[in-house]
Design a protein around this ligand. Sequence first.
Ligand code: GH3
Ligand code: MG
Ligand code: MG
Ligand code: MG
Length: 294
Amino acid sequence: MDVLIVDDDAVTRLALSAALEEWSFVPILAENGDQALKKLEADNAPHLLVIDWSMPGMSGPELCKTIRKREDGQFFYILMLTGKEGNEAIIEAMEAGADDFLSKPFDHRVLKVRIAAGSRIVRLEQTLNQLASRDALTQCWNRRMIDELFTNSIAESTRKRSAFSIMVLDIDHFKAVNDTYGHAAGDVALKHVVNILNTNLREYDQVGRYGGEEFVILLPSTDVNEAWGVAERVRSAIQFQPTVLNDDTKVDMTVSIGIAQFNRSRDINQNAFFERADKALYTAKQSGRNRIIC
Ligand code: GH3
Ligand code: MG
Ligand code: MG
Ligand code: MG
């Protein structure tokens, strides 16, 4: 687990890095509050922080307050490690948002157990996030999360004036897969479809399970022609790569896909945009399945 060390004193940074490495953590270093805030912007930002109090520029408590004001709901565990001591300092640090407080010079064994306590909370928070945002069967985004990402993608496309397309994908006659091979095999087939999606999409495309065997795929910076190309790649990959249950049993499947490109003047809201892709999916089903309609 990564740990962000924020301290203006190079010797302290070095000593803390060495200790954290010894305890199998990965130290990330910042010399002041601004550098720390930049490190927290990264996609895989550290969530366990050891922060000094007195630093040029932003103080430790000010940094805590700034981190707690973030609106993205991310949780950071903050241990304030400071030359200050006594109840007043503890109260001020924890009122500013610190989760724990330790005075310098510190006992290495005490720091070790405090960091261990913090990492337990960070891990718990990661588990909760995972449960709240991922589909338990396929590990793609769940409906709540894909809806949130959908909203963000529309905002981003509006802000950057960039193209944005979506795909709504539904497995054809999936009920027959369950009826023929059993529900457990159906589950394996669903995971297989998500694997195919993940291998055929770009890193910044997002896959969400919208219902039983229906998926929504967000394609940022993609116009409808490019979306068609992606959809065709996915459609044929699913048709020609059956789910292998065992040596003698392969489950053939096809999918129908509706696609739409976001149109700022035509789509009055997210729902209207989604409806266009969903209607296209309906048309794909009506006109024989195993096809793409936009
Ligand atoms: P269509 O081509 O019109 O989409 O037909 P379909 O059979 O795929 O559609 P229908 O909506 O009639 O059936 C969907 C099936 O998906 C029924 C349901 O049992 C199955 N299903 C939904 N969620 C799961 C799941 O988590 N696991 C399994 N194994 N099956 C599921
Ligand atoms: Mg200092
Ligand atoms: Mg279906
Ligand atoms: Mg369906």
